[in-house]
Write a protein that binds this ligand. Sequence first.
Ligand code: FUC
Length: 759
Amino acid sequence: MTSAPDDLTLWYEEPAADWETQALPIGNGPLGAMVFGGVRGERIQFNEKTLWTGGPGHDGYDFGNWTAPRPGAVEEVRRRIDREGRVPAEEVAAALGQPKTGFGAYQTFGDLHLDFGEHGEPEGYRRELRLAEAVARVRYTAGDVAYSREYFAANPGNVIAARLTAGRGGAVSFTLRHTSPRDDKTVTAEGGRLTIRGRLADNGLVFEAQVQVLAEGGTRTDEGETVTVTGADSAVLILSAGTDYADTYPHYRGEDPHARVTAAVDAAAGLGYDALRAAHVADYRELFGRVRLDLGQSAPEIPTDRLLRRYTGGGGPEDRAVEALLFQYGRYLLIACSRENDLLPANLQGVWNDSTSPPWSGDYHLNINLQMNYWPAGPANLHETTRPYDRYIASLTAPGSRTAREMFGARGWVVGNESNPFGFTGVHDWPTAFWFPEAAAWASRHLYDSYRFTGDLDYLRETAYPVIKGAAEFWLDFLHTDPADGRLVVSPSYSPEHGGFSAGASMSQQIVREVLAAALAAATTLGVDEEFRAAAGEALARLDPGIRVGSWGQLQEWKRDWDSRTDTHRHVSHLYALHPGDLIAAGSPEAEAAAVSLAARGDGGTGWSKAWKISFWARLLDGDRAHRMLGELLRHSTLDNLWDSHPPFQIDGNFGATAGIAEMLLQSHRGVVHVLPSLPAAWKDGAVTGLRARGDVTVDVTWRDGLAETITVRPGRTGPITVRTPAGRYRVHDLDQETETGTLTWHAEAGRGYLITRS
Ligand code: FUC
């Protein structure tokens, strides 16, 4: 038996023994949970995204700003770089860094346990996560009774819900309890409701979670810190949680969560399980259902972990099933950990974390990771999920302008390599990661790109432009004139986590060029800020371009030709202009050089690095190589629950993979809707619906033997549109247009669908 192409389900024949590699994630944006599916006992680890230590309230929290002024310190490093060309990172960190104080870490909210007691040996066990409706399920039979449990995280109402049923009346019995690694909390049980409440010892943040148990039949009793259900026909659990975090500088505190959490649990309990589930599925499907991908997949009925292990990266339908599942899983995960009503964006682990000291604090790394989290949002038709990212970037402008002023003597705003929910916009002292003021400009690229996808002028005016302008203004003040050639360069400049400090590393220059160009374009579109436009234009004219072909045909990572042919470092920062940037066009000499660099770096790397390479090769129009990278990711950097592994688990690679697959099927970064730009030989026949191109365009494609058969283009705005088709003769129906050269241009009307077919 094989599964249908749309059967997007992860499933397993055993309970999860391990949080990181096996448990299954559900989430509604602010709340996340990991379902283990145990037989004697269930474990549901859960999170609320704002539960963080650190920040105001933690003694000595300094936002990363220097605790005492260091007059002339940056200029001194600059002069050294001017004189010596390259300065070791350790020495720059000693001069400009400062140990982190009160940076904090993302915290688990703990675990809910359902103790079932002795059940007998289970038969027919199945644990699954159905992506089509965002519901996790556990089923088995024990002692002749069929047990089933179901879990989902509803964004409407902000709750996580579970239902336990059994094939025989009176067979549902369990005790609910909460455990957590913290001792700064209390747990009480009343009226079938567990309340977990406390104040983080670290920073005084108030947190509260409530779980209401509703039983049908049987009895329900509260006892100390537990609620017990005995002999019920079915039971429902409703969980909500919150903290008194607010995303407002400088205090980052808002209302006590008690009333909010109580109201959420009361409302969901009043609604009833079925209505809640229906509201959840409708809300989720509105987003998830927008894109369908058929790569010709079909999988035998074997569990996902085994299917993954059998993956070869070859041409068969079974491999296609894994790839299509990974693509949609990235979309599922993004919806599950980033929603419109979220205060914070997806962190290094999305919203899921079982620890009090997760890897890299579960923070917001801005030298690739946070940005990568949102790469699929535009192309894979989940624009709404970027709201918390927009909010977060905007929330950094207040603390970031203080950092800009105090540490850099500049206007505008800045943020460094890593940040937290409390406006940490300064530096720390880890030599290879403490200094990256380009992060603000890179994060701002997302806002301009969002505008390019939607064409929403109000968004540009109110949300995007003020942030982009501030990020650009910083560089107008902080660029340095390179005495060697009079060009404007970033100095000190550091290509992420690699090499020494120098002036004008390629990534620095490319990012600054892009933010100045975006700010200028936005100001021009909005007809504002003439003086600023002139200044941005002048800076752009003097700016070192940061795109150079070096002695072995490579794209240089630095202004000087220091690249080694044997260097396989995971960051490939100098290719920023190829992806996510758009300064390098496929087919150009710079693109050739990028391919040389990329080939030298090899197919290895951490999870996110491999995912990035999918997009790089896709932008170089090498579908087979992009597909090879997808294979590398799946074979060596993907866990049984299909989470990306850096290692350890880091969610960016999931999002990078989904974005990379979208990039193979549709590109639009250079003003043209390019259909099937990087189709690999392995994806011979297929269909995709609902991909998005910049310019507010939705695209469906079917293809056969590697050539597009039908392309449907649905513009959301009236205006000129250019579509690039694969080779062959294509015709736009209803218009007198045909092409053999691969490019079709016409004046499109909003709301119409244009069908293009091969003739
Ligand atoms: C960057 C990367 C690391 C890791 C960390 C969270 O520093 O270089 O590989 O992904 O972020």
